[in-house]
Design a protein around this ligand. Structure first.
Ligand SMILES: Nc1ncnc2c1ncn2[C@@H]1O[C@H](COP(=O)(O)OP(=O)(O)O)[C@@H](O)[C@H]1O
Ligand SMILES: [Mg+2]
Length: 280
């Protein structure tokens, strides 16, 4: 399904009555079946955009349409996967995945068959009877993805789903998510602060500017799949995105530390995996 944001503004009223302008004039079209990432400094409004598309927040101005229809509230055509898996600890993996289907009154046998299909897709078929506390962080996140996929949404909204995982686990999940996306052709809107992750997964990357949040730059990732992190196209693209992100970070840091503050050039980029930590 296609998602169109047209002149979306969002303001929040803070407790002291002041108005906080979070998003300003967001125009964005996500094609049906596209894998699009949003990247930008902390607080630039990434989650707010996702929440608006999910129907959890309303824009202050502008419109959001899914396949031409205005959004009014959450719907099962759009499902969000968060950084925390949020599984029910008292339910087995299988019961966690069937939960939403049973709520929709699907007969248990049929729900379990569907759940097993998606669990196999995320390579967790053997863990159907395990409980969340028996799983690693990466496995829990795969259950969360299975729980979203089983509902067969057209649009998967992912808000930093791998941010709490270690680098090795994240690499495995990148491969898995690439395969799922290629198999299912869902529209995926993926938030990350990890540039490597964005170039490995996306067809297109939107770099956001901050204060207020806006679309700053757009990058098309023209590299073959499965993606190879040492592909020179990707390495070059990472540098370009980093340069843009550094500018935005410097803007935020100047507000916090004074106008004479300068972010050392390339300082973020020196991390060999370009992982910026959870505070970016
Ligand atoms: N419900 C809310 N009320 C007031 N301010 C909010 C609310 N939700 C988000 N904000 C503020 O909006 C800004 C953008 O938040 P968010 O979309 O979570 O950014 P990001 O996901 O890019 O880190 C932040 O300054 C945040 O504090
Ligand atoms: Mg966020």
């Amino acid at each position: 399904m296609q998602v169109v944001l047209d002149g979306v503004h969002k303001q929040f009223r803070k407790e002291d009555g002041q108005v906080l302008q979070v998003l300003k004039g967001i125009n964005l079209t996500v094609r049906a079946g596209e894998f699009l990432s949003l990247i930008g400094p902390s607080g630039c409004g990434k989650s707010t955009i996702l929440n608006i598309i999910a129907g959890l927040e309303q824009p202050s101005e502008g419109s959001v349409r899914v396949n031409g229809k205005p959004i009014n509230g959450p719907g099962i055509d759009r499902i969000v996967v968060f950084q925390e898996a949020g599984l029910f600890p008292w339910l087995s993996v299988l019961d966690n995945v069937t939960y939403g289907l049973l709520l929709k009154n699907m007969p248990r046998k049929k729900a379990e068959a569907k759940a097993m299909d998606v669990l196999r897709m995320v390579h967790l078929g053997r863990f159907a009877n395990a409980y969340p506390h028996e799983l690693s962080g990466g496995m829990k996140q795969r259950v969360a993805i299975a729980r979203a996929l089983v509902m067969d949404p057209d649009i998967l909204l992912m808000d930093e789903p791998f941010a709490a995982l270690d680098e090795q686990t994240r690499i495995v999940l990148h491969q898995e998510l690439q395969e799922i996306w290629q198999q299912t052709k869902k529209t995926v809107i993926f938030i990350t602060h990890n540039i490597r992750e964005a170039v490995m997964l996306s067809e297109r990357i939107i770099l956001m500017g901050t204060r207020p949040g806006m679309v700053k730059q757009e990058f098309v990732v023209e590299a073959a799949r499965p993606r190879d992190p040492s592909d020179s196209v990707l390495v070059h693209l990472e540098k370009r995105i980093m340069a843009g992100l550094e500018q935005e970070m410097e803007k935020v840091l100047k507000e916090e530390m004074g106008d004479d503050y300068r972010l050392q050039k390339g300082v973020v980029y020196h991390d060999p995996l370009y992982h910026l930590g959870s505070d970016i």
